[in-house]
Ligand binder design. Structure first.
Ligand code: E4P
Length: 215
């Protein structure tokens, strides 16, 4: 399973990269608005830090505008994946990007039917937002299960990128279901690592090590 960091903050991205577990990065306009840099500059900087797929989102909502923006973003670096909203104009653009060899991440997915259409249009990744479904009393992980099953049924190549992850249980469930990728905030990446028994065990070993005769 691939792990992406969901962040536009270069310090966070460097910290996650140094942990050695990051395969890529996802951003969105909300995350980049906190970075305080123009989008192209922020994405170029991220591409220098992480050698893997870097999702950069368009803000146009008409196919021609999405195509123009996406082609500009794709020029920044070979690893840029153009993030496109899951609307009809977005899917028109996704089909053309696929023909041009530009990778896409179709975002704001909240239903299996949307995900099936995105795959048919040729999306490289589909991003179902599990946390936002949970936020309105739904079951976000059920959507991941459905999409993974549908893509397997028809052997779609589109990868399921579990997004809007709020906690480690989302991550483990996504892995059990067989989602290809999970994108996680740095806070969740750190939470994955923590276990109180690891800390207690390490403290005990270090204390006992001091009791071992040195010669
Ligand atoms: C990433 O691709 C998504 O934009 C992101 O995971 C959304 O997360 P949020 O629901 O916490 O804003």
């Amino acid at each position: 399973m691939k792990i992406f960091i969901d962040s536009g903050d270069i310090a966070e991205i460097k910290e996650a990269q140094a942990m050695g577990v990051i395969d890529g990065v996802t951003t969105n306009p909300s995350l980049l608005s906190k970075a305080g840099k123009p989008t192209k500059a922020a994405i170029a900087e991220i591409c220098e830090v992480v050698d893997g797929p870097i999702s950069a989102e368009v803000v146009g909502v008409e196919a021609q505008e999405i195509l123009r923006e996406g082609r500009e973003l794709a020029k920044i670096h070979k690893n840029v994946v153009v993030k496109v909203p899951l609307i009809d104009e977005g899917l028109k653009a996704v089909r053309i990007f696929a023909a041009e060899g530009i990778k896409t991440n179709v975002t704001l997915c909240f239903s299996a039917s949307q995900a099936l259409l995105a795959a048919k249009a040729g999306a490289t990744y589909i991003s179902p937002f599990v946390g936002r479904i949970d936020d309105i009393s739904g079951e976000g992980m059920d959507l991941i299960q459905q999409i993974v099953q549908i893509y397997r049924n028809y052997e779609f190549k589109t990868e399921v990128l579990t997004a809007s992850v709020r906690h480690p249980v989302h991550f483990v469930q996504a892995a059990l279901i067989g989602a290809h990728v999970a994108t996680l905030p740095l806070k969740v990446i750190k939470q994955l690592l923590k276990h109180p028994l690891t800390d207690i065990g390490l403290a005990q070993f270090l204390a006992d090590a001091k009791k071992i005769p040195q010669s």
